[in-house]
Each structure stands twice: as structure tokens, then as C-alpha cells.
Design a protein around this ligand. Sequence first.
Ligand code: NAD
Length: 245
Amino acid sequence: MTRFDGRVALVTGGASGIGKATAQRIASEGGAVVIADVQDDLGAQVATEIEKNGGKALFVHLDVTSEDGWNDAVAKVVDAYGALDILVNNAGIGDTEAIEVTSLDTWNMVVAVTQTSVFLGMKAAADALKKSGKGSVVNISSMYGIVGSGVSPAYHAAKGAVRLLTKTTALGWAKEGVRVNSVHPGFIDTPILGDTDRDMLIAGTPMGRLGRPEEIAALITFLASDDATFVTGSEFVADGGVTAG
Ligand code: NAD
């Protein structure tokens, strides 16, 4: 037996970075995984690679800001695999500017993709997760959901909201057989970093390197699995020491 035999997972933002590594890890441990993203070609490629390696995977197009989109995606998961046991709310985008020059459009877009998506996802998946009896939600926040950086007001606000949305949902579902936890990565080497100076990020990280997506996937899959059956409403930082000081 492997940890995810017979389990079904939905991973948003599964076409790239942390979501891709998480989908691959769940599939490699026996789970059926649905990759949901707006990057259709990349997402379909991830699903095809997993299947080539003997895993079970499916790609669904999902814009995580759409309530109808979420309802369709959850219905597709249950149609394809008969259940939904694990939800990884991972899709996210960031802003980079100071508050004085951040437009309302940027604020609304970042909050929609990074914060409202987590609300919509848990709401759409609630019935299926409760039916599972072993439901687990892992919401990807950030170390920047716990501490400020001086810029990126929408990202910090959204990630901070994800932290508490996680805790209140965990309490609401504590007796329903669904655990809900948040993961708070530091600087991880994925496309979201864009052209940010990697050397500056490394210099700000006590361990002296960027994190790898697989290192965050390891934490996410721990929380999603039966290794964490008494863990709910908790926040887990993986940041190479940045927030320890
Ligand atoms: P990434 O850019 O590689 O992946 C993000 C994925 O989300 C992409 O595949 C993108 O297409 C998808 N996405 C964006 N908007 C979407 C939408 N509207 N609907 C559906 N999918 C959408 O970046 P990543 O680093 O793997 O990011 C994953 C999560 O980790 C994000 O929530 C991010 O904020 C968080 N995070 C990343 C870091 C880091 O340094 N990489 C640090 C802390 C937190």
C-alpha cells in the first residue's frame, strides 16, 4: 500500500511549479490526481506525463476565480473518479509594487486568484470532501501571509486571509472528517518569481539557497495523508529559516 491508494486529489495551479510537483508526488504514491489550471497545454502535459509513468491523472480547465468553473470542475472529478478526498488550493499570483502605486484592478485580480479562489474551492468541494470521511484540504499561503515585506499589499493581504480562512474552516469541519491546513513557503524556484533577482532572495534566506517545488510538495502531501490525521487548523512554514529571526 502507498499513502494515496484509492484517494482522489484536485490540485489547482497544477500545470507548474509547486502544484505540478504536488500532483506528481500524489500520483507517484497511488492517488488519482486532477490537475486544474488556466494553462491548458502545460496542464495537459503534466497529466500525460503522469499517465505515461503509470499514474492516474486528468487535466481540467479551471479559472479558480469562477464559481461556476469550480462547480463544473468538482463535478468532473467526481464523474471521473467517483470521489474527492484531497483539495490542494495552490493557484496564486502576486503583485510587486508599493501600496501608493498599486491599482485597484491589480488588487482585485490578486485577491480574486489568490484569496477568493480558496473560499470558492472549499465551498464547491465541501459535500464531496465530507462524503470522503478522510477529507483533507491544503491551502497554499506563503511566509508572506505571516510577515510583511514592505510591498505587494494585495499578495500579503490575500495570503494572510488564506491563513485564517483555513483555521475557521478547519474548526467548522473538525467533526465532519475534513482536515484543513495551510502551508507557507519561502522563496521557491518556480516561474512565479519572474525576473526577481534570485541572488537577492538567496541572500535573504538563512539556508543560502532557494527552495525546490518538491520540498513544498513533500509538506503538502504529508498534510494530505494519513500521516497527519490529528492535524487541522495549523500553519506550516517551509522557508529555509527566513521567518525564524
Ligand atoms: P507558478 O507560477 O509556477 O504556479 C502557479 C500556477 O497557478 C500556474 O500554473 C498558473 O497558471 C496557475 N494559475 C494562475 N492563475 C490561475 C487561475 N485564475 N486559475 C487557475 N490557475 C491559475 O508558481 P508557484 O510558485 O508554483 O505557486 C504556487 C503557489 O505557491 C501560489 O499560491 C504562490 O503564491 C505560492 N507561493 C509561492 C512561492 C514561491 O516563491 N514560488 C512562495 C510562497 C508561496
